[in-house]
Ligand binder design. Sequence first.
Ligand code: SF4
Ligand code: SF4
Length: 55
Amino acid sequence: MIVITDSCVGCAFCKIVCKEFAIDVLGRAEIDRDRCIECKLCIIYCPLEAIRVVE
Ligand code: SF4
Ligand code: SF4
């Protein structure tokens, strides 16, 4: 499962790169689990390493 951590500052880079439109940013990023296919692209692009994979 992909999760957003407290390090997120809401820059929205992850929202821009997500091809599934699974991220919305309202102060902090939030992931729509019904849309997310766990491609991990957002993890690569987050400048603050605020996105993680947890089991
Ligand atoms: S790219 Fe990282 S810091 Fe920016 S909104 Fe997404 S999770 Fe937050
Ligand atoms: S893992 Fe992929 S599909 Fe899921 S939120 Fe990140 S970029 Fe979007």
